[in-house]
Design a binder for this molecule. Structure first.
Ligand SMILES: [Cu+2]
Length: 274
């Protein structure tokens, strides 16, 4: 039955073909920025660029191993197939110590290489000591099922009276490091900016600094990446990256005005109701 080897060969060729096609397809590859055309291999954030090159390196290593093992599989099933009652008889042997040592040491060495190679990226994205020394952009509190984002108001300080509260609306400025403090007021959530390759769990009781940037202004998506309850699917926010600091300040000013108008309106309608 040589057909099996052909089936294995076909499956391997299709798999490799899909991976060769994915980077040039707009839908199949990792999400890029809003203005990035298809075939763009790298993310639009500095963390994302490092993470994507790690992804490509690991894909290359696993791809080479995949192609090697598939070639061996097809070769073995094609040439050593049982040729019926008069064919060769399979011989039995009790393993080979040398082979086993080889196929243990090589994957172990590859894993150690990847573990060492990724350390710098992990440190720059996650270590608190690597957090940018900037004024925090906002405090982000995850709750079932929304992102409550608290920006400092006029005084530039968080947790003061003039803070701006927004729901599912994250703004920051292109080319600048944005630092947020991530909290959760109920269960585990995960703050995920797919195009920027930033993902961090929001843990009840903890305040976790998260920082990110991008070199492309425009609109992005913020989603929750931790199944947090029935409404998990709708826990998404809009991200607006402003071209300049002035543009951001203007947005903040008008949002603050709107907030105080809403508060006044709430007081007025509240007193009329009584
Ligand atoms: Cu959630």
């Amino acid at each position: 039955m040589r057909y099996w080897s052909l089936l294995f060969a076909l499956a391997a060729i299709i798999s490799v073909g899909i991976f060769a096609y994915a980077p040039i397809s707009p839908e199949w590859w990792l999400p890029a920025g809003p203005n990035v055309s298809a075939g763009h291999l790298h993310s639009v954030s500095s963390a994302g660029k490092q993470i994507d090159s790690l992804f490509v390196i690991i894909l290359l290593i696993t791809g080479i191993v995949f192609i090697g093992t598939q070639v061996a599989l097809v070769y073995a099933t094609y040439f050593f197939v049982d040729k019926g009652p008069n064919g060769r008889k399979a011989s039995y042997f009790h393993g080979s110590q040398r082979l086993e040592v080889i196929w243990t040491i090589i994957p172990a060495a590859i894993l150690v290489f990847i573990a060492l190679y990724q350390m710098g990226t992990w440190a720059s994205v996650k270590f608190r000591s690597a957090a940018p020394k900037v004024q925090p952009l906002a405090q982000v509190t995850a709750r079932q099922f929304q992102w409550v984002i608290r920006y400092p108001g006029e005084d530039g300080k968080l947790e003061t009276k003039d803070d701006l509260f927004m729901v599912n609306d994250l703004h920051f400025v292109k080319g600048k490091q944005a630092l947020i403090y991530l909290k959760s007021s109920d269960v585990l959530h995960s703050f995920f900016l797919p195009a920027l390759r930033i993902k961090q769990d929001a843990v009840p009781g903890l305040t976790i600094p998260v920082w990110f940037d991008t070199d492309q202004a425009g609109h992005y998506e913020l989603v929750c990446a931790e199944l947090c309850g029935w409404g998990h699917y709708k826990m998404r926010g809009n991200v607006t990256v402003h071209e300049t600091q002035e543009e951001f300040d203007q947005w903040l000013q008008s949002a603050l005005k709107e907030q105080s108008r809403d508060q006044v309106a709430a007081v007025v309608t509240g007193s009329q109701g009584r």
